[in-house]
Design a protein around this ligand. Sequence first.
Ligand code: 13P
Length: 280
Amino acid sequence: MLKSLDQLFKENEGKRAIGSFNVHCLEMLPAMLEGAKELDAPIIIQTSPGTAEYIGLDLLVSSMNTLVERLGISACLHMDHCKSIEFLKEAIDAGYTSVMYDGSSLDLEENIKNTRIVTNYARSKQVSVEGEVGTIGGAEDGLVVVAEDASYTHPEDAYRFVRETKVDAIAVAIGTTHGQYKSKAKINFNLLTELSANLQDVGLVLHGGTGVSDEDMRNCVAQGMKKVNVGTELNKSYIEEVNGTFSSATPLTSLRKLLLPANNRIKDIVIEKSRLFQLM
Ligand code: 13P
């Protein structure tokens, strides 16, 4: 049975942050969950609304349920960065166990108002909700959020947002960006310490996990991040592997053989990152 984000937070309190990995196509999914199984770690599989539409909500939910039962692991299915309340309701009705309403581009009042609609709906179905305050720059699902628009989370805004929306998790902007960095992320650890000290009842979420150094990642987890998102690294690595195998394929080469190296690489990344998220 799939678990909510809130359940995973409770079960892993003081042990680790939970890796939340973006699935980009259905072929990747078994490899991701097998990675979690091999490390005996919980996992969050997240989909952008674009991926969810491409694969289909029902197929994602049923595939997750089948694989989680087969492998006997702890997992949550989460909708990442969704700006449509209606689509989030559809995802909840289909069986997602966690959703993110992204109202970060709205003013705070409106962000709170809309997020509250989502938390009210989700609560009645035991589904968790993540919100966002501040803007995490970079590219989300291929759509570029210009760097100038990125802004650190204002602590007072975050406290009010959590109080008034009753979210289970909050994405905070502390200096990471989505996508591959040209330069190393400049994480504002002072801000993280302040947010973490004052937001103990809610899960802090680090977006933009690709390109963050192992040392910064460990520090973020040690200082209170509870969910860490990794997306681009999986996409990039899959492309690298299939570029290699497909270029020498003939019409008679089994597609299965062409995809296997990419699936194995995905599994390795999930293991490597999830290991990094464990508290010593
Ligand atoms: P990256 O693509 O930088 O790993 O970020 C993923 C993410 O935060 C999705 O919400």
